[in-house]
Design a protein around this ligand. Structure first.
Ligand SMILES: [Zn+2]
Length: 240
């Protein structure tokens, strides 16, 4: 017989033999250790959570064909420099200078391909403070509240009223992955980055497309906060 005293301790009556008591106490200790292990993995290697490869997104640009031609010339070819982890996506050979309202600029901002139906500049909060702009944290392509920047290329410049955003934390996955993680498109979840500056990130958006490979995208501010580079994983804790 045992009764819970309401303080997490257990009271064993004298009805038990010494051996039975040892067995009971051992069981309680194992339960306690297992509970704590599942709540708080102590290091990455003994994590009980599923792992997702990390991709760190530095500031970058997506352009329409029309804007590309204004900036690089009518005859310029949009050229691949190297493929990215997500199938079909690539870093192009082309970079631009982005300029904010205080005339501060960041040069060498890479254009990613393929060309899109909209112009978008994804920056970090650190970049935004430097440039003097206040972009919203939003999904890629949701530009209603995006802010203005001027893009400067070798052939011209354009002022784009709604282009700059801070991209949402997000996870790319297929339908099959979504099933495995028990999530659906648009869900928000929680992940953990282990290490010396281990950090839990919340509000991570789930994005599903069967052409994608499983990968989480964090911007440089998030990755720097957790003191990690690309070659690591996050632990998927669960839905918010
Ligand atoms: Zn992404």
């Amino acid at each position: 017989m045992k009764s819970n005293l309401g303080c997490g301790c257990l009271n064993y009556t004298q009805a038990y033999s010494d051996n039975q008591l040892v067995e009971l106490v051992t069981e309680e200790i194992i339960d306690y250790l297992q509970l704590n292990l599942s709540l708080e993995p102590t290091s990455y290697s003994d994590s009980l959570y599923p792992k997702i490869p990390l991709g760190v997104s530095n500031r970058h640009i997506h352009l329409t064909k029309k804007t590309f031609q204004v900036l690089f010339g009518d005859k310029a070819e949009f050229e691949v420099m190297r493929p990215l982890y997500q199938p079909g996506e690539f870093a192009s050979k082309h970079t631009l200078t982005i300029v904010g309202p205080k005339l501060r600029s960041i040069f060498g901002v890479r254009i990613l391909g393929p060309l899109r139906k909209y112009d978008q500049v994804e920056v970090s909060l650190t970049d935004s403070i430097f440039l003097g702009v206040n972009p919203p944290v939003t999904n890629s392509g949701a530009l209603d509240n995006a802010v203005a920047l001027t893009l400067v290329g070798p052939n011209g410049s354009v002022y784009i009223e709604k282009c700059a955003i801070i991209a949402n934390r997000h996870i790319h996955m297929t339908d099959k992955d979504a099933e495995k993680f028990s999530v659906k498109e648009g869900d928000f979840c929680k992940v953990r980055l282990a290490g010396e500056k281990s950090t839990i990130f919340e509000n991570v958006l789930i994005r599903i497309n069967d052409t994608w490979k499983l990968q989480i995208h964090l911007d440089t501010d998030d990755a720097n906060a957790a003191n990690v580079r690309e070659d690591t994983f996050v632990e998927f804790i669960g839905k918010m």
